[in-house]
Design a protein around this ligand. Structure first.
Ligand SMILES: *[C@@H]1O[C@H](CO)[C@@H](O)[C@H](O)[C@H]1NC(C)=O
Ligand SMILES: *[C@@H]1O[C@H](CO)[C@@H](O)[C@H](O)[C@H]1NC(C)=O
Length: 343
């Protein structure tokens, strides 16, 4: 996570990053902006947040990588020692925790793949269905872009300007989004900007956190960070704009020898909905079948699989109190992959 805090010392920065576990696909909008049309600038009052999806905490420390952009931020600012993700350590839950400041059981983004029992509707991370804009998904807590807009008395849940997610954007989109954001901040059309970068996650999932491909991606991202810092200086914005870089979760290697295959362990006739796979799985059994499904899963002999009924979840996960959380939740040990059929 990185910061230059302009108003006090010119160019303080800070850089940190995230945590463990694995996750699959991924979605979001790419660039969201909150506007003040008539507000004059107070030094250091603007904020740019860059979300590097799945950027593992130790990516800065990979030997042999030349990262002048990140290093400039670390040297002139602050790097957090670590970040503990919210449970489940997946993208959507953690982005909304970052943007709202509250845990998943409060904001209600309890997974990348969710089922809302009240509205009988699914939220699937990779599908941009119109129903994902239904306010009930988002209204559990107030995101910072709404808080920012409320300061000028605008109501609603959308940012003033939002580019919609469209496939997995190349790293070069980061450069374009940075240029657009810097211009909007320079012209006084934006005070808060969030830029999303998916490639750090996508390449990590495709090739692993120890691959040459992820190293190349980190270097490419670094070049854009370098460009951002130069651009803020050139535009005279260095003292006005704070920059924070965050990640939502980390990555770990998986293996065909660490798969927990539940394909035939669950009777699909007992189940209404099953969503997600990998480190966590969410299950909504049919009416009266919770205990049956739970017992079937408890019989599976694999010490790396953990089966929970909603009320058995540890308090420290801050997950179980939201109505959207499933009656049964599966968690794998780090490095293990749970395979099920989705329904
Ligand atoms: C928010 O933006 C989405 C996508 O453009 C749109 O479908 C929705 O109607 C907007 N909601 C509000 C309250 O403006
Ligand atoms: C999982 O189990 C099913 C049913 O036994 C089998 O058909 C499938 O090939 C298994 N998948 C893996 C990856 O082992």
């Amino acid at each position: 996570m990185a910061y230059p805090n302009g108003s006090q010392s010119g160019s303080q920065n800070n850089v940190s990053l995230s945590s463990r576990m694995d996750k699959l696909t991924l979605v979001i909008f790419v660039l969201c902006i909150t506007t003040y049309s008539y507000v004059h600038t107070i030094k250091g009052s603007k904020l740019m947040v860059i979300l590097l999806d799945g950027f593992k905490w130790n990516y800065f420390d990979k030997p042999g990588l030349d990262l002048p952009g990140f290093n400039k931020m670390i040297k002139n600012g602050v790097r957090a020692e670590r970040m503990i993700p919210d449970m489940p350590s997946l993208s959507f839950p953690n982005y909304y925790s970052i943007m709202t400041g509250v845990h998943c059981e409060t904001h209600g983004f309890v997974g990348n793949y969710m089922y809302d029992i009240k509205h009988k509707e699914k939220f699937l991370i990779w599908k941009n269905k119109p129903t994902v804009y239904n306010p009930y998904w988002w209204s559990g807590a107030e995101p910072v872009w709404v808080t920012a807009m409320k300061q000028i008395m605008i109501e609603g849940r959308n940012a003033t300007y939002c580019k919609l997610y469209n496939g997995i954007p190349p790293v070069s989109d980061l450069g374009e989004n940075i240029d657009e954001a810097v211009l909007k901040m320079k012209s006084g059309n934006a005070d808060l900007v969030a830029i999303y970068v998916e490639m750090s996650d996508h390449i990590g999932h495709a090739h692993g956190p120890n691959s040459i491909e992820i190293e190349n991606t980190i270097v490419q991202i670094d070049r854009h960070i370098q460009h951002l810092l130069t651009s803020l200086e050139q535009q005279g914005l260095k003292d006005d704009v704070n920059v924070i870089i965050v990640s939502d979760h980390g990555m770990t290697e998986i293996s065909p020898s660490r798969v927990i295959n539940l394909t035939t362990e669950i009777n699909m006739n007992d189940v209404d909905v099953i969503l997600d796979r990998g480190p966590t799985v969410n299950i909504w059994p049919k009416e009266g079948k919770i205990q049956k499904v739970y017992q079937d899963l408890k019989r599976v002999k694999n010490s790396h699989l953990h089966v929970y009924k909603k009320d058995e979840l540890p308090e420290r996960w801050h997950l179980k109190k939201h109505y959207r959380f499933p009656p049964i939740f599966l968690v794998a040990d780090v490095g293990w992959f749970i395979l099920t059929i989705s329904k």
